[in-house]
Design a protein around this ligand. Sequence first.
Ligand code: ADP
Ligand code: MG
Length: 312
Amino acid sequence: MSKKIVIALGGNAFGDTPKEQLEAVKKTARPIVDLIEAGNQVILTHGNGPQVGMINTALGKAAEIDDKIPDIDFPECGAMSQGYIGFHLQSAVREELRNRNMGKSVASIITQVIVDKNDKAFENPTKPVGIFYTKEEAEKIEKEKGYIMAEDSGRGYRRVVPSPMPEKIVEAEIIKDLVEKEHVLITVGGGGIPVIENGNQLQGIPAVIDKDFASERLAELLEADYLIILTGVEKVAVNFGKPDQKWLDEISVSEAEQYIKEGHFAPGSMLPKVEAAIKFIKSNPDKKALITSLEKAKDGINGLTGTVITGK
Ligand code: ADP
Ligand code: MG
């Protein structure tokens, strides 16, 4: 039976360079189009960590060596990454659809996501972005630009930005209309461009919204049947990477919450996925949330693999 499925694509769907990405999206498109071919309605979202890092680093370096090249701040880099990833992904999905004689249209929506300016995340920026600097350079940048700089895992100093929660998708009505018409959409790329509301004005801010949480917001908005988070592993594990590691097939919300308490999921990687899945199921216990790998998407939706989080 036809389902409405929000699919969140992780870093492994894209590779690190334009050339790699062009190759990777061809593979990424296949399981996506499998699901469309089976009669499902698919809405795509994606991460942008490496890509926005690449854009931000390239522009930062260029501005450093040439006075005439302007500084380009993080919201603009995020918007560029939505365009860059969307371009390759929509073209690959379109081609795969055409290869199977399906005439559907595919487009990426530059998406803004409203965050609360009083979000606690603003008090403690944690997400490292862009290029590495020495301690001295970092101190100079803090003074000159007012950025917050922090040491990153012994590799040098980087700018850190907050990671607030998504509140509202600005382009919601447009997305709903286009989904209604059964077009294939790519949206909330990189978690969306974070904006705060100043009256009628939306102001882009240097922050990073987790794509797993933004995808969950989208799935709720669209009343999707499924939230599928595709990542580098086929299943979620407890005791991940340890000798007593155990892969999970199906877990209830309360089991998932217990595992979170016990610290089984790495913050910034698996934790937001499990939290997003829980949030989606709590919004409506009849929905399904699935975490699996890109390669196993089709098997996952057919109940053959992956980790399912249920309200039961
Ligand atoms: P994405 O780019 O898809 O968001 P991340 O690297 O952020 O991917 O997160 C997925 C990764 O989290 C997995 O590939 C795995 O290496 C790691 N991980 C951390 N904890 C767990 C766990 N408990 N079970 C499975 N994978 C885990
Ligand atoms: Mg991630």
